[in-house]
Design a protein around this ligand. Structure first.
Ligand SMILES: Cc1cc2nc3c(=O)[nH]c(=O)nc-3n(C[C@H](O)[C@H](O)[C@H](O)COP(=O)(O)O)c2cc1C
Length: 222
């Protein structure tokens, strides 16, 4: 394999925010998960576990989650960032505006931006959703290992002609997710990954984020 194959996957993938309803065959979902499970982890602990919703169960979950998000305040297991400042704030804004521009949300239209945000809880129409958790006792390093799992999952999805989106927004509702999927309290729910076939004509999939050049994140010594 050459780096150009890897770069093709890395550049081709994007966070998909509109899916076709067609289900993904179970063998392909298994392939996705096997590939994601090749991610490295400290001591090879492989801290990830996923609950994978398919078929009618995804729709039941979607409805329950939408209801929860409408009626209850967020309560994530893992605290959300306390703030984004400086360049992080700039980058956060840039990707938010790119999405709003793509879907036609005007600056200052809070109702429309809230409506777009609520699409998170409709799982962007995805036919499948994986809820990712890590043991509480492994702390930040367990979460870090699971980040690698998410990346490997997204590259595997891209290679199979699928698309996905990691969603911290879904993890906002920790107590609900523990209850709904019977996930024990000794595990931290980190995020969801909604996945399926992309609706490539949908405006929400009509923009791409960029990346800063090397000079902005590398500090060479020697
Ligand atoms: C851990 C994690 C959580 C994320 N949570 C959300 C989310 O809740 N909602 C959303 O629309 N995008 C979410 N994203 C997608 C990011 O916004 C996206 O990865 C970023 O803007 C870069 O764009 P790209 O994935 O299209 O390259 C998340 C990404 C990661 C890695």
């Amino acid at each position: 394999m050459t780096i150009s194959v890897l770069n093709q996957l890395l550049r081709g993938r994007y966070s998909c925010r509109a899916f076709r309803p067609d289900p993904v065959p179970k063998t392909e979902i298994e392939q996705l998960l096997i590939s994601a499970g090749r991610a490295p982890s400290w001591c090879n602990a492989q801290p990830w576990k996923v609950v994978v919703a398919t078929g009618d169960e995804t729709d039941r979950f979607r409805r329950a989650l939408q209801q929860e998000a409408t009626n209850r305040p967020p309560a994530p297991d893992m605290p959300f960032p306390t703030s984004y400042s400086g360049v992080y704030q700039d980058r956060r804004r840039a990707c938010g505006w790119a999405l709003y521009e793509a879907v036609g949300v005007k600056k200052g239209d809070r109702e429309a931006s809230q409506r777009q945000m609520m699409e998170n809880f409709a799982l962007f129409g995805a036919p499948h959703c994986a809820i990712l958790s890590s043991p509480v006792e492994l702390g930040s390093y367990g979460a870090m290992d699971c980040g690698g799992f998410v990346t490997a999952f997204s590259l595997a999805a891209q290679s199979l002609g699928l698309a996905c989106i990691p969603q911290a927004a879904v993890a906002s509702y920790g107590p609900f997710l523990h209850r709904y999927f019977d996930i024990s309290d000794d595990r931290l729910i980190l995020c969801a990954i909604s996945f399926g076939y992309p609706d490539t004509d949908h405006p929400a999939n009509g923009f791409r984020t960029d990346r800063v050049p090397l000079g902005q994140f590398v500090d060479w010594r020697g």
